[in-house]
Design a protein around this ligand. Structure first.
Ligand SMILES: [Zn+2]
Length: 390
């Protein structure tokens, strides 16, 4: 996990080929452990468009220099802006109807729209705000005041202008000007690779064990997103399980898959499910691991209600072995790499850890911040579970 989150891996994203370096590292681990490739090598290549920020980014408000990743984030679909802009402060009332919006746009032209949205968790409101933000990014730079936590992501698309999300403590209604130096680079058909290795079992069926290795990369040279919990922790578990099964023959064949492109919208797992490196009809179960860095309150199992027999056996093994505090159950959710497989009828469970302190999609998600409280226990539970799937 320390290796995957180190600066040399550049957040396993789209600046300085971080994802490529991570793929090569994982393939070397597979080779060292003696995993067999499915085809000629361990890689399953594909490509997708991704917006990136390799160049230095600068944001100043009324002369104060803001720290990237700490005081602000650029929206992943940001375009470019260079220079000084007057801030025009807007609330939803300025944009609530198409007529009102047209008038507002008129006075915003050539300036930076500064959005003060009310705090809400209402899905419809959030969707409406996001649509307005995207629309405004066609007219000029946009600034959004964020009263909560800064959370970054990855986009496959780029708008003409940037949106800068600024922490509420760095901006106010009376802030007057913003200096912007934001340059995106759209990587068209950027090459990516899933990393696949297998271990022969006693039977003819398959178990897929997966974890995505990609993360968000860097936002300019100064803001690194290490992605320790998400998902160096899951990759570490996958590698540890792979190593275990090379010397403890499982009942079924196991295909270990480290996916690329998860953060950009499950692109790697979608391609794997379409490309079918093995006969998906022979897959007894897929076990997807994403966010395994804590475990103080046990683990959550997504899609458990759709796979009651597998889930009940996992719970029984945990009760018998006394590994983690609780193995909780959730219904289906398209929130990680199991989803494209579930959509094609492959039985799957997705595990993540519960409890303890963890950061998410920010510069603080470092290896040092993770307790790894239950890592060894989860390893023991999973090897007992995966090794004996009928
Ligand atoms: Zn993840």
């Amino acid at each position: 996990m320390d290796t995957l989150t180190s600066p040399a891996f550049h957040g396993r994203g789209y600046v300085q080929n971080g994802q490529g370096i991570a793929a090569d590292f994982i393939a070397r681990q597979f080779a060292r452990m003696g995993l067999k490739p499915v085809k000629d090598d361990y890689f399953q290549p594909f490509a997708f468009n991704v917006n990136s920020f390799p160049d230095s980014i600068g944001v100043r408000i009324d002369g104060t220099v803001l720290q990237p990743g700490v005081d602000y984030l650029v929206h992943p679909a940001s375009g470019r802006a260079e220079g000084r802009y007057d801030l025009v402060h807007l609330t939803p009332a300025d944009l609530f109807s198409s007529e009102r919006k047209a008038m507002t746009m008129g006075v915003v032209t050539g300036k930076a729209a500064c959005l003060h949205w009310p705090a809400t968790s209402n899905a419809d409101s959030l969707k409406r705000f996001a649509a307005l933000e995207q629309e405004l990014m066609h007219y000029g730079p946009v600034v959004k005041v964020n009263a909560g936590k800064l959370t970054w992501s990855v986009s496959q698309e780029a708008e003409p202008f940037p949106l800068v999300e600024v922490s509420a403590n760095m901006i106010s209604d009376s802030s007057a000007v913003i200096d912007l130096h934001v340059r995106n680079r759209m990587l068209a058909r950027n090459p990516a690779r899933n990393v696949l290795g297998m271990v022969k079992g006693k039977g003819k069926g398959w178990v897929i064990v997966s974890a995505h290795y990609d993360h968000l990369g860097r936002m300019g040279p100064d803001a690194l997103f290490p992605g320790a919990n998400d998902n160096a922790s899951g990759v570490a578990m996958l590698l540890s399980l792979a190593e275990w099964f090379t010397t403890h023959k499982p009942k079924q064949n196991i295909l270990f898959v480290a996916f690329a492109g998860e953060e950009a919208g499950l692109v790697g797992s979608e391609w794997c499910a379409v490309d079918r490196p093995i006969d998906l009809a022979k897959v007894k179960l897929m076990v997807n691991l994403d966010i395994l860095g804590t475990g103080d309150d046990g683990v959550m199992v997504v899609n458990a209600t759709a796979q009651p027999k597998h889930y009940d056996r996992l719970v029984a093994l945990n009760t018998k072995g006394g590994f983690v505090k609780e193995v909780r159950s959730r219904g289906p959710a398209c929130n990680s790499d199991h989803c494209p497989f579930v959509q094609r009828g492959v039985p799957a469970l997705f595990l993540y850890t519960l409890g303890g302190a963890a950061h998410y999609h920010d510069v603080l998600d470092t290896g040092a911040s993770l307790s790894l409280t239950e890592f060894a226990d989860i390893h023991a539970l999973l090897r007992a579970f995966i090794g004996t799937i009928k």
